[in-house]
Design a protein around this ligand. Structure first.
Ligand SMILES: Cc1cc2nc3c(=O)[nH]c(=O)nc-3n(C[C@H](O)[C@H](O)[C@H](O)COP(=O)(O)OP(=O)(O)OC[C@H]3O[C@@H](n4cnc5c(N)ncnc54)[C@H](O)[C@@H]3O)c2cc1C
Length: 318
């Protein structure tokens, strides 16, 4: 049994963790947020609930098809239109389930690794991050967006130069709630032909969501989001609200209004390899940026990372 640290509790990190656990290794996951799931996010504010990151997912490859079927059996995944799946009661349900088998340290933003004769130590801005076990790891996996992984990987002395070739597009997300009887379009989602908005979804039409209000998630186009990403998100949200009203025919003022900036939202250029690994440092990296802008790509990349590391750990003399 070896100790492995995974940075990031999104789909890729949790998928990698599962492969390592099945091979008998002990995994500690460090996550900067309070919860799990990363961009498969669900925000709950009072009575309101929004999937403000990934909207739905599809399953094409055998491994993910089987995984989705297992989640469906447990009631954690439901259909939202033909071939489109959502987590239930929110997108984060899957990550919470996957995280159950592991030691997860949340609100832990990793800022540095330190190499010791016994293995890697994991540090945040204040120093070593407390975790069960002896605090050193044989291997470390970065399961975070490539631009965020680059500096951390370099500072640890690992050689993964391909990280620089993956690119992301940003996205401003707007979360809105209205009285249940508010008159609106009948479609549950639309991809409008609009200069600002690229996606509108009636979040409350997804199974298992609160039905006592209408909730909507609106995503801005990548080019517009790029121009707005460093501005006040509420100001961007106001512009989006005006476009939303024109597109949906909703005239009422929202009961709830919040905007969120996803700086690394969707992969614009993927690497084209399942994962990266430097055997000389035992540091690896995975995420959607390896294979494409989809939940399934993150799952597959994490799985490949886990399998690669299991093989590498097996080759280390006891
Ligand atoms: C607006 C939006 C819409 C989308 N729509 C869809 C869709 O409809 N269908 C679809 O299939 N996909 C969609 N996606 C993409 C999908 O969400 C991602 O491809 C997938 O969730 C990526 O998973 P990941 O594990 O690679 O990364 P992430 O989910 O980003 O996970 C990385 C995790 O690492 C953590 N982290 C980062 N840095 C550190 C650090 N230094 N220390 C500790 N933790 C750290 C983060 O907090 C995060 O939890 C969408 C994404 C967004 C943002």
């Amino acid at each position: 049994m070896r100790e492995v640290a995974i940075i990031g509790a999104g789909m890729a990190g949790l998928s990698a963790a599962e492969q390592l656990r099945k091979a008998g290794h002990r995994v500690v996951i460090f996550e900067k947020s309070r919860g799990f799931g990363g961009r498969m996010a669900t925000r709950r504010t009072g009575d309101f609930q929004f999937d403000h990151g990934a909207q739905y997912f599809t399953a094409r490859g055998n491994a993910f098809v089987d995984q989705v079927a297992a989640w469906q059996e447990k009631g954690l995944v439901v259909d939202w239109g033909p071939g489109s799946y959502v987590g239930q009661p929110g997108m984060t349900a899957l990550a919470r389930e996957m995280a159950k088998n592991h030691t997860c340290i949340t609100q832990a933003q990793v800022s540095r690794l330190e190499r010791t004769p016994r293995g890697w130590r994991i540090l945040d801005a204040q120093g070593e991050i407390a975790a069960p076990g002896n605090g050193t790891y044989h291997a470390v996996i970065f399961a975070i967006p490539a631009p965020q992984a680059e500096a951390l990987v370099q500072s640890a002395g690992a050689h993964l130069p391909q990280l620089a070739s993956a690119h992301y597009a940003p996205c401003i997300a707007l979360m809105l709630a209205f009285e249940p009887e508010t008159r609106a379009i009948t479609d549950d989602w639309m991809r409008p032909d609009d200069s600002v908005i690229g996606w509108i979804a009636r979040n409350s039409s997804k199974p298992g969501r609160p039905a006592d209000h209408q909730s909507w998630v609106v995503h801005a186009r990548a080019e517009w989001s790029r121009a707005q990403i460093d501005k006040d998100p509420n100001g961007s949200g106001e512009i989006m609200l005006a476009h939303f009203k024109a597109l949906t025919g909703i005239c009422a003022e929202p009961l709830h209004f919040a905007a969120h900036r996803w700086r690394y939202a969707l992969v614009a250029k993927e690497l084209g390899l399942p994962c990266l690994f430097d055997p000389s440092t035992m540091i690896g990296a995975c995420g959607d940026w390896c294979l494409g802008a989809r939940v399934e790509a993150a799952y597959d990349s994490g799985r490949a990372m886990g399998e690669t590391l299991v093989e590498a750990l097996a080759a280390i003399p006891a």
